[in-house]
Write a new protein. Structure first.
Length: 290
């Protein structure tokens, strides 16, 4: 959408990319390439993030992954809700826009800021568009250029290739319920271990779902059968060794809780961030696997 708008002389005033800190590795690799392309064409672009400020007695956290490990839960989408997207993607973009003078002036005049949404005409996006159609926002007007042009996902991929860029994978957190079995298989061990850790940390509170995938798929209609737990899938597929999975489940949640309890005794300025604990967690497993 953005590439074609620029080519048509309708470049957006600004392109925003919301970083949850938990994207798939392919997305983390693609974003700098695309931003460099935008820079060459003079299109203003920014990466925005949700920055938590209130940690109560917990260690500071800065990503959706760290938030889940702190609270001992799964992302809201695993329970059929979408508050993680609202908190970590939509809200940071809205806050950035609210700080901009042109947007403030437009709202003062009773006008709306135009948001460009990249829904195409493929079946999946047709469903997503149908869910949004008719929604009204007093501050924003929504436009869907790909749908105006009648473009499908295939048309988009061809246009990206013509631009000389690699076709990106879908953007999602690496532990999202939307991850397909093959996409989980393609994850490096570093990410697989974190998936096991997230489910192990949340396990004591789970009642209505099996894990990050919510419930098992039996394989009807051509779908690949899989359990509702990504950890169970990782174990079944041999993506990590049995001993490594067991070690994470048995040891890591208790170690993380001990880290949190120690932080609770310190002033907020003296608390070590969760990211540092995660780095040690991965480094220890890397050494054990070597």
């Amino acid at each position: 959408m953005i590439i074609e708008l620029v080519a048509r002389g309708e470049a957006p005033d600004v392109v925003l990319m919301a970083d949850t800190g938990s994207e798939r590795p392919e997305t983390d690799a693609f974003v700098p390439l695309f931003r460099a392309s935008l820079d060459r064409q003079g299109v203003e672009n920014h990466v925005v993030r949700y920055l938590p400020k209130r940690f109560k007695h917990w260690p500071p956290y800065a990503s959706l992954l760290e938030n889940l490990l702190t609270n001992g839960t799964l992302p809201s989408i695993s329970f059929g809700r979408h508050s993680c997207s609202q908190k970590w993607k939509i809200a940071p973009q809205d806050r950035w826009t609210e700080s901009r003078r042109p947007a403030q002036l437009a709202w003062a005049r009773g006008e709306r800021v135009e948001k460009l949404i990249g829904y195409d005409c493929s079946p999946a996006d047709n469903r997503r568009y149908a869910q949004r159609e008719g929604q009204d926002d007093p501050r924003y007007a929504f436009r869907y250029p790909l749908r105006e042009w009648g473009w499908t996902r295939h048309d988009c991929a061809r246009r990206i290739v013509r631009e000389g860029l690699p076709v990106p994978v879908k953007s999602s957190c690496f532990f999202c319920v939307a991850m397909k079995p093959d996409e989980v298989r393609a994850l490096p061990p570093h990410y697989l271990r974190l998936i096991v850790l997230v489910e192990a940390r949340a396990a004591p509170r789970l009642r209505s779902v099996e894990g990050l995938w919510r419930s098992r798929v039996l394989g009807r209609g051509g779908a690949e059968p899989r359990p509702g737990s990504m950890t169970a899938f990782i174990r079944e597929q041999g993506l990590l060794s049995e001993s490594e999975v067991d070690r994470i489940i048995v040891e890591a949640p208790a170690e993380l809780l001990a880290f949190q309890c120690a932080a609770a005794k310190l002033d907020i300025g003296s608390r070590e961030p969760v990211a540092d604990w995660i780095a040690r967690f991965n480094a220890g497993l890397d050494r054990a696997a070597a």
